[in-house]
Ligand binder design. Structure first.
Ligand SMILES: [Zn+2]
Length: 236
């Protein structure tokens, strides 16, 4: 049996244990405890899949100065939880993208001939009164070596602004990237930020409060403001 204080202490070890980073003596104690504690087993089962996400955690982003392992365990756990929140956000974004695709696929099928013929927009190249679905697929220009676009970007005009979705890899892990949309007068509008995830591919769905017809380019810049990729937006 363990008292409440010991139980809390053991429970705090679960994060490091999930990461395989618990000192052996503590791991032995914790394993013995796990045999008899369904609550901790459940907590560990919940943490285990998150442990893989720790690869996403930049040590520089962990709060505070170097700390003793146990306190660090809590902090690591906090960071893992934070990443799991980010992951949930990514999954919501991917789900949204799934819905976007559900919209785009029939449009794409209908518009394929028009696009191949050189028309950029479906609505403008159709003489009949079909709704103007001016979804564009435009090639990204990557400026920084190591970053790779997985295909053309999808540009969706909305009444409230413009949405640009793209897939790419090679954004430096843990670095913040900023997207922006340029307008003809030379001004820029923010289109959101995202974190690099290294070699893995990420899907970014960025949005700016600029109407498509006023936008001249979409860009992603790094923390220093240097351009990483650009997407010229031709006059519609
Ligand atoms: Zn327990």
């Amino acid at each position: 049996m363990t008292d409440a204080g010991t139980h809390r202490e053991l429970r705090e070890m679960l994060g490091l244990h999930a990461l395989g980073a618990l000192p052996e003596a503590d791991a032995v104690r914790l394993r013995a405890h796990l045999d008899g504690c369904a609550g901790c087993r459940a907590e560990l089962a919940e943490l285990a899949p998150l442990a893989g996400d720790l690869r996403l955690v930049d040590p520089a982003r962990l709060p505070g100065p170097p700390a003793p392992p146990r306190a660090l365990g809590e902090r690591v756990l906090g960071a893992v939880r934070e990443e799991s929140v980010l992951r949930a956000a990514r999954e919501r974004r991917d789900a949204r993208r799934g819905r976007l695709r559900a919209v785009l696929v029939p449009v794409a099928a209908a518009a394929a001939a028009a696009v191949l013929a050189g028309g950029l927009t479906y609505g403008l190249t159709r003489p009949d009164p079909a709704p103007a679905v001016a979804v564009e697929r435009l090639p990204l220009t990557v400026v920084v070596e190591g970053v790779r676009a997985a295909g053309p970007a999808v540009v969706v005009p909305h009444t409230w602004g413009v949405e640009v979705t793209f897939e790419a890899a090679g954004f430096e892990e843990g670095r913040t990237y900023r997207a922006l949309v340029r307008t003809e007068d030379g001004a820029t509008s923010p289109a959101g930020t995202f974190l690099g995830v290294g070699a893995r591919e990420l899907t970014c769905d960025m949005q700016a409060a600029v109407l498509r017809q006023d936008a001249t380019a979409f860009e992603v810049v790094d923390e220093s403001g240097a351009t990483v990729l650009t997407l010229p937006l031709p006059r519609a």
